[in-house]
Design a protein around this ligand. Structure first.
Ligand SMILES: [Zn+2]
Ligand SMILES: [Zn+2]
Length: 343
């Protein structure tokens, strides 16, 4: 029997520990990043640090673009616009009732070149859609009900579907949003600076300040570590419990075997005494048979002829089994006793 619960707990603990460690590491990396207080300083910083490139920096400013997108539904102006359309319908399930369900029909995303502006200078941000922490504002959420018609209704009924309508959601990164970006700063040939995903290291685009990001990561790291400790303790408890149960079961097994063997030997002695040592050469073979006596461990009289469900142990006769609620070997509850027939 494998202690599945204990092993699962210990594996979860290991996974949580790794998560906690990676969050902690990310927090340390963020702490070591150069912070740029004013964007106009970034150019100087890049020139000074040209030997230690790539330079990972944290910059803050408001989102801006020369060619912003005018959103179709919400009327917002944004630099990243994501549109999704979901079809909502009722489905006839096997139980005969209608349940609501939805399916994604289309998903579209547009992005225009954009920058962060803090009043002193501008820095372009590239590839923000793949960054950690980017949350788009829900600009609009419209539900277009599908029209009802007799033909349509009949068709839906035959297919086991009832169309409800289409939900269109528009998510936007609006211009003017204050953002903090942590990434690699690069200067191109014409001298303009952009921030992009570093080859190695963090890439954050977030509406939180860098101190909030560090605090959050630290909080998660601690949470993961506490959870990991909890799972470790519980896992070890389960494994220890399993081990103790196993040892106790072996011990009970061994003691019962001793008792059964003693009883069998006594019985054999009586029989042999009664037979008056009639067949000396036969006794050896019968002794051998009695190495594994089939006696019931309770009464030590009858041969065992019952099996316990669910543990599957066979060690008692039917008469003794009827008085038991727990298996004498493993102490598990007996749900059912099944008679076995032997030849
Ligand atoms: Zn018995
Ligand atoms: Zn048992």
């Amino acid at each position: 029997m494998i202690p599945v619960g204990g092993i699962t707990c210990c594996l979860s603990a290991a996974a949580l520990y790794l998560l906690g460690r990676s969050s902690g590491r990310d927090a340390d990396v963020l702490k070591s990043v150069s912070r740029v207080n004013q964007l106009k300083d970034l150019a100087q910083l890049l020139d000074a640090a040209s030997k230690v490139l790539p330079l990972v920096v944290a910059v803050s400013g408001r989102v801006g673009s020369d060619t912003p997108i005018n959103c179709e539904y919400s009327g917002l102006r944004g630099v990243i616009v994501e549109q999704t359309a979901e079809q909502h319908f009722l489905k006839h399930n096997d139980a005969g009732s209608w349940i609501q369900d939805s399916a994604l029909m289309l998903s579209m995303c547009k992005e225009v070149p954009w920058y962060l502006d803090d009043g002193t200078s501008r820095v372009h941000v590239v590839g923000a859609r793949g960054a950690t922490g980017l949350v788009l504002t829900v600009g609009s959420e419209v539900f277009e009900e599908s029209g009802r018609s007799l033909v349509r209704g009949t068709l839906d009924y035959l297919q086991g579907l009832k169309m409800l309508g289409v939900k269109r959601i528009e998510r936007v990164l609006p211009t003017g949003t204050p953002l903090t970006v942590v990434g690699e700063a690069v200067k191109d040939d014409i001298g303009s600076i952009r921030i992009q995903r570093p080859h190695k290291g963090p890439f954050y685009v977030s509406d939180k300040t860098i101190d909030q990001l560090i605090a959050n990561l630290g909080k998660w790291s601690r949470l993961y570590k506490y959870a990991s400790m909890g799972f470790t303790v519980f896992g070890i408890y389960l494994l220890a419990k399993h081990a103790v149960q196993y040892i106790m079961e072996r011990r009970r097994h061994w003691e019962m075997r001793k008792r059964v063997l003693a009883a069998a030997a006594k019985k054999a002695g009586q029989e042999e005494g009664g037979l008056n040592g009639k067949a000396e050469n036969r006794s050896e073979s019968t002794n051998k048979d009695r190495m594994m006596p089939d006696l019931c461990v309770i009464c030590l009289e009858q041969e065992y002829n019952s099996v316990f469900v669910p543990c599957g142990h066979m060690c008692c006769c039917m008469a003794c089994s009827s008085h038991l609620t727990n298996c004498p070997l493993c102490r598990r509850r007996i749900d059912k006793v099944v008679k076995t027939f032997r030849h």
